[in-house]
Design a protein around this ligand. Structure first.
Ligand SMILES: *Cc1c(COP(=O)(O)O)cnc(C)c1O
Length: 229
């Protein structure tokens, strides 16, 4: 497990460096430790190193781990969410980062309402226009968020994106830059129930570029836990 500790140390140094390049501090960037396929004992090491936000792609996998991992942590849903899993997701997660349709938002609103909870969400944008990826169309995102903002039991806290994979992370810089533009545009609209605070983008391969372009939340899996098997 020593490698997890080492990886986190290295990660923090690189986050600090990228944050300073964009005139911010290390503390301004939140790290989500992505725990898909990772064993609870290994996740625990990351939590004991002080990581406080854990990201999971699947509801069932999260459920099992939430019971086993100890500490003051919150769990974020970062994978595609099926409507029939929403009722579990609103209980388990403190944020759903992968809202990409009005229908899904309506279901979250309904289920959160039943729990007497206001669910924090990010709207996922398909920034690379990739058919294999989920997310709302870039151009349609403002309209989607306006509609979602009418729902009482949902609070939009920002945007999430997965950049297309490029061998050279420099090649994704324009995608991250476009996301920041959209983020600022939406922030300026000052919609009710919308608090544009979080811009979640950047993974192990490209997080330094994402931070330089304005990300304030990054989602790191293999960079913490090693390659997934
Ligand atoms: C797996 C995953 C990550 C982390 O990917 P790494 O390349 O291992 O850092 C981040 N975000 C989402 C949505 C993921 O599914």
């Amino acid at each position: 497990m020593e490698f997890v500790r080492k990886n986190i140390e290295t990660l923090r140094l690189r986050v600090k460096e990228a944050a300073e390049k964009s005139g911010r501090r290390e503390e301004d960037i939140k790290i989500v430790a992505v725990t898909k396929t990772v064993m609870p004992e290994t996740i625990q090491v990351a939590v004991d190193c002080g990581l406080k936000i854990l990201g999971e792609n699947r509801v069932q996998e999260a459920q099992r781990k939430i019971e086993l991992v100890k500490g003051d942590v919150s769990w974020h849903m970062i994978g595609h969410l099926q409507k029939n899993k929403v009722k579990y997701a609103v209980r388990l997660f403190s944020m759903i980062q992968s809202v990409d349709s009005y229908e899904l938002a309506v279901e979250i609103d309904k289920r959160a309402g039943k729990l007497g909870k206001v669910m924090d969400v990010l709207v996922q944008v398909n920034i690379g226009k990739e058919e294999t990826k989920f997310g709302a169309e870039y151009e349609e995102t403002p309209e989607l968020i306006k509609k979602i903002s009418e729902l009482e039991n949902i609070r939009v806290k920002g945007l999430m994106a997965i950049a297309p994979f490029k061998e050279d992370p420099e090649d994704v810089r324009p995608f991250f830059r476009k996301m920041r533009e959209l983020f600022l545009e939406l922030k300026n609209l000052r919609l009710k129930n919308v608090e544009m605070e979080i811009l979640s983008m950047g993974m192990t391969h490209d997080f330094h570029v994402a931070i330089e372009e304005g990300a304030n939340m990054i989602r790191i899996g293999s960079g913490i836990f090693g390659p997934r098997i």
